[in-house]
Write a protein that binds this ligand. Structure first.
Ligand SMILES: [Zn+2]
Ligand SMILES: [Zn+2]
Length: 316
């Protein structure tokens, strides 16, 4: 992105971010419990009690999140016991399509997380027989991609309005609940939107406030929390020492894979709408469709072709 040199069109950026499939998708699935339920499902957890025991989710929260995932056709309940009636939750085709995004979160958690989540220790690609890390690739040409290989076109999407009429699903459980530093507390919806705005070129408090429509006191709190969590760096502005300039860190730059895979899922599998933030892969010239691929053989990754070492069990 060469946004630094040109003046930002903040109004266009605001419209594009707020009408993006990323923003709308995060409203539905961006809370940490939902992400953890999905990660658990990809690790083979199916039964209510197992989700609860292995992920430590409060019962009412878990039942609320499972209901939402079923309503979104991402999971399907199937009874495995009649008396008492118990259900196992299976990922549907639409749920399975979240795999790329989930792989990217795993990878991020391994590198930057607090290691307090029950994540697989290692991933192995059965098709090529090698341990791998998920890498971000372009769906059109298959080449590996970082944010610097893309340029972004902003095209606000009037069909995904941001006035609150779209179905919202903000977490009913306070975001601050639970272990400090765990996924979702650091990676909640606002943190991901702030990282996206900085990626698109926002550097200053007033720019972020205008683009994301966040009031000053809330934004100040969020930014200082993100600086503390290592997701942003604040430095004095070289032109005006009283102003602070915000930059991405290695940890927030590494969120790009998750953000783009999640936005791609939301576009292709939920909203059936193009994203208002439309990246183009400079090298091949095609619209960028984010895909996760095997770092060894560079082929796309399918859930049933990946084997994982389960997380270390507590020795009790
Ligand atoms: Zn490409
Ligand atoms: Zn492979």
């Amino acid at each position: 992105m060469n946004a630094q040199a040109e003046p930002l069109n903040l109004e266009l950026m605001r419209e594009a971010i707020l009408t993006s499939t990323l923003n709308h998708g995060l409203r539905l699935l961006g809370d940490r419990w939902t992400v953890q339920v999905l990660m658990g499902a990809f690790m083979g957890i199916k039964r209510f009690d197992d989700f609860q025991a292995k992920l430590g989710i409060p019962r009412h929260t878990l039942s609320d999140r499972l209901k939402a995932l079923v309503a979104m056709d991402m999971m399907r309940p199937r009874p495995y016991s009649q008396r008492p009636l118990r259900h196992a939750y299976h990922l549907t085709r639409k749920g399975l399509a979240m795999y790329d995004a989930v792989l990217m979160v795993w990878d991020w958690e391994h590198r930057f997380g607090e290691h307090d989540l029950p994540l697989p220790r290692r991933l192995k690609h059965k098709s090529c027989g090698h341990a791998f890390l998920p890498e971000l690739t372009c769906g059109a040409c298959g080449e590996q991609v970082t944010m610097h290989d893309l340029r972004f076109r902003l095209r606000p999407n009037r069909r995904l309005p941001h006035d609150g009429t779209a179905p919202a699903r903000t977490p009913r459980v306070p975001v601050g609940e639970g272990a400090a530093g765990s996924l979702g507390l650091r990676l909640d919806r606002w943190a991901l939107l702030i990282v996206s705005a900085v990626t698109l070129g926002c550097r200053y408090f007033d720019e972020l406030s205008q683009v994301l429509q966040i009031g000053p006191s809330v934004l100040a709190r969020r930014l200082s929390g993100m600086v503390e969590a290592g997701l942003l760096r604040a430095e004095p502005d070289p032109d005006d020492g009283r102003r602070r300039r915000y930059r991405l860190t290695p940890a927030s730059r590494a969120l790009f894979g998750y953000i783009t895979c999640f936005a791609a899922w939301a576009s292709e599998h939920h909203f059936n709408e193009p994203s208002s933030i439309a990246p183009v892969h400079r090298a091949c010239g095609h619209p960028f469709a984010a895909r996760a691929a095997c770092s060894h053989c560079h082929q796309p990754l399918l859930p049933w072709e990946v084997e994982f070492e389960p997380p270390a069990e507590e020795t009790t």
